[in-house]
Each structure stands twice: as C-alpha cells, then as structure tokens.
Design a protein around this ligand. Structure first.
Ligand code: SF4
Length: 427
C-alpha cells in the first residue's frame, strides 16, 4: 500500500488543496453492476456475463428483480470443470450463445461481459467475440468488455461497455457540427435535454448509448462531445481518436451544473446570452424552487464521501454551493483532472480530496470527523449505521435520474431523506 500526497500545483486544475492518494483494500461493487442501468437503456442489447454463481447473485440483487419472461442479461456460469480445464470453455460458450440467439431473435447486440472468474482462467472473450461474430454478423453484433471487480469500480462497467461500442459507430463526414451527449441517461432526462437543445437551436443532437443497435450515433471531426457522466474516460479518449472534440463543462447536476453544461453547448453553437437565458428561465426557476425546500434540512450539515461512483466531486460541488453543506473528505476512485477541471475549480479550497482507497484508514478518518452524512457503498453502510453514523448508498445516485433542472429537487431529496430518517429515529 502506498500513500501519496499530491499538491495540485502540478496539474491544470484551479484546486490547489493536496490530494491524498491511497492504494489499499477497497470496498466497491464491480463493473457488472452497470448492466443494471445499461440493459434498460439499450433495448435490443443482451449482456451475457461469463462468470460464476456469485456474479449471477450480484446481478439479481443489484437489479432488485428476479429473472422474468424475457430478460436482457444472464450469466453463463463457469463450472468447476471449466476452472479445472476439463472442459473447453470456448466450446461451452459457443453453444450457450447459439442457444441464446436461436431463442431470442430480437437480440441485435450481444455483449460478452468478462468477470473475475473468466479473467482468472484467462478466457479470451475478445477472440470469442470475433469468432462468434463471423457466424452471426451482420444480424447480431457481438462485442466484449470486462466487468471484473479485480481492478475496477462499478461505474467503470459503463465506460468499458461504451468504449467497446465506439469502433462500431458510423463515421460522420458532414461539415456541419453535431452534438454527441455521452453517458447513459434515464429516458425522461434525455427527452428534457433534447427539448432544451432544440429550443436553443443546438443540433443535430445524438445520445450515446442510443436505445437501438440499428441507430448508433455517428461520430467525426465535426462532432462536439458533451459528457453527461464523469466516469467515461476511456470512452471519451476513443471518441477523441475518432475526431470528436470534448466541450469542457461541469456535469449537469443541480441548477448551476446543468446551466453550465447546457451553456457549453450553446456557446459552441454561438447561441446568444439572451436566447440562452430565456430558454432556460422556466426550468431553472422550477429547479431553484425545488431546492429551496431542502435548504433547512441540508444547510450546514457535514458530509463525507467514500470513493465509489465517481460522481463524488460533482455531487460535492452541488451540495456545497447550492445547499450549503459542509464538505469534509471527498473521496473518488479516480480523479480525471481534465474531465473534472471545472468541477474542481468550483470546490472550496479547504476540503480533503482523496483518490483511491485504503478502507480502514478512511474509516478511521470518517469516525474522527463524525460527519452528519456519509456517502458510501452498501458494504460500509451497515457498519457505519451501527456506529451511529447516517449513510447514503452511493449506488442509488446512479440508479436514480438526477441530471438536469427537473431532477435537481430529487437529487437534494436523496441526501435529505437519510437525515430526516435519523432525526425521526432520534426523537
Ligand atoms: S465479477 Fe468478480 S467481483 Fe463481480 S460479482 Fe463476479 S466475482 Fe464478484
């Protein structure tokens, strides 16, 4: 385990407070979790996890559902004889895919999703995807990515999935600019943003991932890319290699973040300030009103973020600036300083930023702070609650629509609810 203290002055961020870097025991979900929201978004895709019974159980409990009539994810279980090398795992996988695609002609895009067990036995899913594609392409595209928990955190599953799709995106050679919004958003949020962009005259706008494999967004040198999620570093890198240009912006959380995010696109399209302010006036006013009712509950309360979703820094910015919460430690699994440049510049200077995790040391720091609210993974929530600390599950922040003006109140509610529950219990 190593601990590095990095002074921000060697970076391009305006945040100059030291960043505590830790490498040690971590308490996070693995990248398979992303399938829970991705399978809802990508309507004709299927996620075949090549993993163990543990992976299957994780998926069923994370999804909060039992498998019903026509699921869009499943686990091909690696049995003991596969692990012992007694069976040819590739043959077994080919047969499983054949049975699946014969039964499910609606599948247009099949992801073979690697796991810790498939990585341990060194099952090469990239070769498997290429081999299977020869049989099923063009009717079914077969891709692969890793959701293994060996070195990843749970939102990296979406990054890995979208990164595997980037080479499949058609080329856009048009000389007219287009906007590509990158990162899975709930349909309701996507519709709201689409309407706002239309009113601003920004477009054409495409969303990635799209709802259908037949409608993948095109990308090219005149594509402006606006990240909707802060955990898509590999996807963004690959899109930049395809010519897309990233618009630097905070993330669309809260009134301020949403306004600045929309403004980044509006500025690229040279929308006048007057038009911009008039288009956002009503939704912005609604969002500000929605936040008002949470200020009493949240203002002045201290909050500690364990590293989990990679949303921590944008959330900390929203909670400190718009709801006047007091930030103690803001931990994040990875600190992508380019993508978070504007977020970091908006954070107070006196907070502790940390990257990575050495969970026991971080728990000690949290206990010493005794924050009013701790945002953490499920594994830490129960022990902290037992010690009298109030917690918020980070995973809920990814499963809930929180982006945009209309969701600003819902986002504040997610933090206010555990505090109200604690107050009721204390009475
Ligand atoms: S991929 Fe690894 S961490 Fe995730 S459920 Fe399977 S065994 Fe566990």
């Amino acid at each position: 385990m190593t601990v590095l203290l990095d002074r921000g002055c060697n970076t391009n961020t305006a945040h100059s407070a030291p960043v505590l870097r830790e490498r040690g025991q971590r308490e996070v979900f693995c990248g398979l979790t992303g399938i829970v929201w991705l399978h809802r978004k990508m309507q004709d895709a299927f996620f075949l996890i090549v993993g163990s019974r543990t992976c299957a159980h994780l998926m069923q409990s994370a999804a909060g559902v039992m498998i019903f009539a026509e699921p869009r994810f499943a686990t091909a279980i690696i049995e003991e004889r596969d692990l012992a090398g007694l069976a040819d795992a590739n043959d077994e996988l080919d047969k499983t895919v054949q049975r699946l695609l014969a039964r499910r002609p609606d599948i247009k895009l099949l992801f073979l999703v690697g796991s810790c067990p498939s990585e341990v036995i060194k099952l090469d899913l990239s070769r498997a995807a290429q081999r299977l594609s020869k049989n099923y392409s063009p009717k079914v595209r077969i891709l692969n990515y890793s959701g293994s928990g060996i070195e990843t955190t749970f939102t990296q599953g979406e990054d890995a999935c979208l990164a595997s799709l980037v080479p499949e995106l058609p080329s856009d050679d048009s000389s007219n600019p287009s906007l590509l919004v990158v990162g899975a958003l709930a349909d309701v949020v996507e519709d709201q943003f689409r309407r706002l962009f239309e009113q601003l005259g920004v477009g054409p706008v495409r969303f990635f991932p799209s709802g259908s494999a037949d409608n993948l967004p095109a990308v090219g040198p005149n594509t402006h890319m606006l990240l909707a999620q802060p955990f898509l570093s590999e996807t963004a890198r690959l899109l930049e290699e395809r010519g897309a240009k990233r618009l630097s912006a905070p993330f669309p959380l809260g009134v301020e973040g949403t306004r600045a995010w929309l403004k980044a696109a509006a500025s690229a399209w040279r929308v006048s300030d007057t038009k911009f302010e008039s288009v956002i006036e009503m939704p912005r006013a609604r969002a500000e009103k929605a936040l008002e009712r949470y200020r009493n509950t949240l203002s002045g309360k201290s909050i500690f973020f364990f590293p989990d979703s990679q949303l921590e820094i944008p959330l900390a910015r929203f909670l400190s600036r718009e709801l006047k919460m007091s930030l103690t430690e803001v931990g994040t699994p990875y600190l992508h300083k380019d993508h978070l440049e504007q977020e970091l510049a908006m954070l107070p200077q006196d907070i502790q930023l940390s990257e990575g995790q050495d969970v026991d040391k971080q728990l000690d720091r949290c206990r010493a702070e005794r924050p009013d609210l701790s945002v953490c993974g499920l594994g830490l929530a129960n022990p902290l609650e037992a010690e009298g600390l109030t917690t918020k599950w980070a995973i809920e922040l990814v499963f809930t629509p929180i982006q945009g003006f209309e969701q600003a109140g819902d986002l504040a509610e997610l933090f206010a609810r555990p505090l109200r529950r604690r107050m009721r219990l204390a009475v």
